[in-house]
Design a protein around this ligand. Structure first.
Ligand SMILES: [Zn+2]
Length: 239
């Protein structure tokens, strides 16, 4: 099992680790700060260095309890070798800001627009994020109103904390785990990792986040798509 440094040390940009296995360009380490794609957040990129040799990390994925680093070429070092990993921080930090922003928007909708709809999913890209809604009657004006409210709440400077709570407690609170696949995942865990945007939103999550909503900055609506009566899609970017 790979020790997942990104879960509790989200600010980590560099780390040392040992090679557990390598098959062609796929490398497994005993610990990693590289985030594997999941939960709407893209994988990190960066590099791993061994001695004077450097390999580019082009993709990172999960495989059971392991994290697999996909390199630009075959990894030709021995098992047990120490490597130094460096994450492309600009890309990661942008993903963290977007990820926290998505939770914040979720919280804002629950607090101010709950009767009309909810977020159903999203995906973060390098320079924008897509958020999907099940939201009756949402139009561009309503979307702008939601983003403006989110910007206002972000500027208030709410702390973002990672907490661990027992599984039973997590399952008791439907607000923490909002989807059926999420509940199924949680039912296999002893403790559940929770992202708490103090006073705004709290939900089970495996992603990386900024430490304060002020770091999110200002969002702008760059596109709005009406995909049906309730099915709406919003694209946001940083101002
Ligand atoms: Zn999330």
């Amino acid at each position: 099992m790979t020790e997942k440094l990104y879960l509790d040390r989200m600010e980590l940009r560099e780390f040392d680790a040992h090679v557990v296995s390598a098959e062609g360009p796929e490398l497994v380490l005993d610990r990693t700060a590289f985030y594997p794609a999941g939960g709407g957040q893209p994988s990190d990129t960066g590099n791993v260095a061994v001695g004077g040799r450097q390999y580019t990390v082009v993709d990172v994925k999960r495989s059971g309890d392991d994290v697999v680093h996909v390199l630009d070429r075959d990894f030709e070092e021995q098992r047990g070798t120490e490597v130094h990993g460096t994450i492309d921080w600009e890309r990661r930090y942008s993903a963290m800001r977007f990820h926290s922003a998505m939770h914040l928007i979720d919280g804002v909708i629950r607090a101010h627009f709950h009767s009309s709809g909810m977020c159903t999913g999203g995906q973060i890209y390098t320079d924008h994020a897509r958020i999907d809604f099940d939201f009756e009657g949402m139009n561009r004006e309503k979307a702008l109103e939601i983003i403006e409210k989110a910007n206002e709440v972000a500027s208030e400077g709410h702390e973002i904390l990672i907490k661990y709570i027992p599984q039973a407690e997590a399952l008791e609170n439907p607000e923490l785990v909002r989807t059926e696949p999420g509940r199924e995942l949680i039912s296999r865990l002893k403790t559940v990792r929770v992202v708490d945007i103090a006073g705004v939103d709290m939900q089970a999550d495996g992603g990386t986040h900024v430490k304060n909503t002020k770091e999110i900055g200002r969002l702008q609506l760059t596109d709005f798509k009406n995909n049906g009566k309730r099915n709406k899609r919003v694209i946001v970017a940083f101002c």
